[in-house]
Design a protein around this ligand. Structure first.
Ligand SMILES: Nc1ncnc2c1ncn2[C@@H]1O[C@H](COP(=O)(O)OP(=O)(O)OP(=O)(O)O)[C@@H](O)[C@H]1O
Ligand SMILES: [Mg+2]
Length: 468
């Protein structure tokens, strides 16, 4: 029973000798994706951080600009107001000195008081808004000068009130007018200083803008270089990866083909050994037993036993021959591919119970044994797959001898290929590699009726030549 199972397995095709993971050599190659992903994250983070920094810089600059310009303008307005008050004081003093006026000097006291209130207010506001840097001496000078001016004004009006109008006028001419002129000059200087500081602020802001702009250019240049370098690295690693892939694919194919060739020569060797060595030994044993039987009398019980032993030797010889045939049909070398297929089809029908419609066409030509064995193995694997996967009870095999090629088609109308499981085995891969070894082509198609159609085409110049 066990021997039959082994024989059936061998008839349906030898097990692949090559390991399955030969087809997955790329699993260990390192991918550049994590590095590129990290690069992308860093670039994006840098762009975001820098955009945020620039936005903050520009908005704070704008605020600074508006604040400084506004305060400077307000300060200048207060200074102009002070200057205006000082001018009014100058005019009033001129009128006071003018002898044409019919009023006493004290008549100007109220006007002076009004101007003083306005001047104090303007001075207070000006001090708040002052943008330009002023030394404590400058501040003290203005405050002291104004206080002294008002003291002098008080003194003058006091003299006037005491009827000393002439002394009061002298005081105006000698002291008040000079103090007023000094104050006017000081305020004018402050106005000029304000103007200068406004210009300086403008220049400083302009310089900051220039610096930010330069930084933006540098940053963009750096980012652009990073992008260019990353892209170059990506292209380079892709190229390397594809080259590796192509080389590995080539190596895999070469290895598979070598393994197939080794497998075939090993099987051929074992098959020949079995056929020639064991075959001859068993044949010799059989004939010696027959001869020994003939020396015994007709009714000897030993004669019956010798016949039984001789039958066992004969059946062992048959099994060895069929095993040898299954491993490598000797027929392929002796009678050719066509006769081997003629013999093989009924064997599969018997083993699997599948009804096979076999058709030959064209002008038969002889196929070299080393080529024939690959065609035979493809037929074996295809019929094996029909039996194992299609669920069909019928199959069609066509062998066509064409003027330019040899065509072999194996068709069933069963389940057909299922996308995912189509990658699980090694049979299809081995079929492709064998077709490649023959410089032929193999296709796996779906016929209109459903199921699977395997079509092998071997060019005639190859079919008639040795491939190893
Ligand atoms: N005639 C067929 N009908 C339906 N499915 C098929 C047929 N031939 C192949 N397949 C599908 O293709 C898959 C791959 O076939 P393949 O011969 O490579 O592997 P396998 O037969 O599963 O294993 P092994 O390596 O032993 O041949 C099968 O698992 C099966 O799903
Ligand atoms: Mg298979």
């Amino acid at each position: 029973m066990k021997v039959v199972a082994v024989a059936a397995a061998l008839v349906l095709g030898p097990p692949p000798l090559y390991p399955r993971n030969v087809l997955r050599p790329l699993a260990s190659s390192r991918s550049p994706t994590p590095g590129l992903f990290l690069g992308l994250i860093i670039t994006l983070a840098a762009v975001m951080a820098y955009s945020w920094y620039i936005t903050v810089q520009i908005s704070s600059l704008r605020e600074l600009q508006n604040d400084l310009a506004g305060r400077n303008r307000k300060d200048s307005l207060q200074l102009l107001r002070i200057q205006n008050d000082l001018n009014s004081l100058a005019l009033a003093m001129r009128d006071m000195l003018d002898n044409d006026e019919p009023y006493p000097l004290t008549a100007w006291s109220a006007q002076f008081q009004r101007i003083r209130t306005d001047l104090d207010d303007a001075l207070k506001l000006e001090e708040q808004d002052a943008v330009a840097e002023r030394t404590p001496q400058q501040r003290q000078f203005l405050g002291n000068s104004i206080a002294q001016f008002w003291d002098a004004v008080e003194r003058t009006f006091e003299l006037a009130r005491n009827g000393k109008e002439d002394d009061a006028r002298t005081e105006i001419r000698v002291s008040l007018q000079a103090r007023q002129a000094a104050l006017s000059t000081a305020v004018a200087r402050l106005l000029v200083q304000n103007n200068e500081s406004e210009e300086q602020v403008g220049l400083r802001i302009g310089r900051i803008y220039d610096r930010v702009q330069r930084q933006v250019y540098i940053f963009f240049a750096a980012i652009l270089s990073a992008i260019v370098l990353t892209s170059l690295y990506l292209i380079q690693s892709n190229r390397r990866l594809f080259a590796q892939l192509a080389a590995l694919s080539e190596q895999r194919s070469e290895l598979a083909q070598k393994l197939i060739s080794t497998q075939e020569s090993t099987l051929l060797h074992i098959s020949r050994e079995l056929h020639d060595e064991f075959g001859q030994i068993l044949t010799a044993i059989g004939s010696m037993l027959s001869r020994a039987r003939n020396y015994l009398p007709e009714n000897s019980p030993l004669r019956a036993e010798l016949r039984e032993v001789s039958e066992i030797a004969q059946s062992t010889l048959d099994k060895v021959r069929s095993l040898s045939q299954a491993l490598h049909p000797v027929m392929l070398d002796e009678a050719g591919l066509e006769s081997t297929i003629d013999w093989y089809i009924p064997v599969v029908e018997r083993q699997t119970g599948i009804e096979i419609f076999y058709k030959k066409s064209g002008m038969p030509f002889s196929v070299d044994g080393s080529v024939g064995v690959h065609i035979y193995r493809i037929l074996q694997e295809a019929l094996n797959n029909v039996a194992r996967h299609s669920g069909a009870r019928q199959a069609w095999v066509q062998l066509r001898f064409l003027p330019e090629a040899l065509d072999l088609e194996i068709e069933d109308h069963g389940a057909g290929f299922v996308e995912q499981s189509a990658r699980s085995g090694i049979g299809l891969v081995a079929m492709r590699e064998r077709a490649e070894l023959l410089s032929g082509s193999i296709e796996f198609l779906r016929p209109a009726e459903g199921g699977t159609l395997v079509r092998l085409r071997v060019p005639i110049e190859k079919a008639e030549l040795h491939v190893q």
